[in-house]
Ligand binder design. Sequence first.
Ligand code: AMP
Ligand code: ZN
Ligand code: FE
Ligand code: FE
Length: 286
Amino acid sequence: MPGIDLHTHSTASDGTLAPTELIQAAKDADLEAIALTDHDTTGGLKEAAAAADVAGVEFIPGCELSVVSQNGNMHILGYWIPIGPSKLSETLRFLRDRRHERNHLIMAKLKVLGMDISYDDVLAMSGGDAVGRPHIAQVMHAKGYVRELSDAFKDYLGSEGKAYVPKEKLGPRRAIELLKSVGATVVLAHPFLLGLKGADLRGVLKQLKEFGLDGIEAIYTLHRPDQTRLYLDIARDMDFLVTGGSDFHGAVKPNVRLGSGFGELFVPASLLSTMKEHRVKLGLPV
Ligand code: AMP
Ligand code: ZN
Ligand code: FE
Ligand code: FE
């Protein structure tokens, strides 16, 4: 049975493979379809779509937005988003501008702590336009300010770190409505991040469904089998689409493989067929 991967990142955000390389990797892994879901940018989609055409891999243009709610942080995936300019790309540009401001604030804090990092170095570390903490961490590591990349987050850039600066985020309602307004199919990424189960989880999902959420990413690299089962049960009970993906980032997360996660992950192509049927029923293009 063919497999797919609906959650991946490229150099347009914080992955290490260029969009064309990502598509080649999907082909090498025998994946039938792949979605590119970079954080806060559509910058890699055009290249990926063209490469997928050549390689004969089905491609779904996507993105991943971080949102903040009373229930903490969540990530929202949008599928079949416009590749060109749209209301979505305008909002993504706003979010990326806030990222640049935040990056400068982080670097100012690092400077007080004795770390001299130039923004040119950070930009050079990033292949794309959603520049953020992973790129700052890589410069810190390259300059020998931290032993391991994870120390950069633990000691400085993470929410408990000495140079932490929060990121501008949309609320879940705005993010979902924005994605729906451009014709996207909208999915809650890696629901384990909410740290909820039972009635609490169902309550949050009920609200997200009222905002327009179409599905949940039940199949995900970091989900334990009991979590996957729980999310599949909830999707069936609450009439959500089910999606799945590895959250592949390339060499910055070397133990997460495209299509197969830690090795056990498998996302059946039938999930994509169901998503497409759902879109056709709504009169949306696939
Ligand atoms: P940003 O969007 O700038 O806030 O950075 C978020 C990204 O940083 C995430 O998508 C991860 O790829 C990465 N990240 C967050 N926490 C860690 C960590 N503890 N170790 C390594 N990478 C991390
Ligand atoms: Zn990422
Ligand atoms: Fe995520
Ligand atoms: Fe992701």
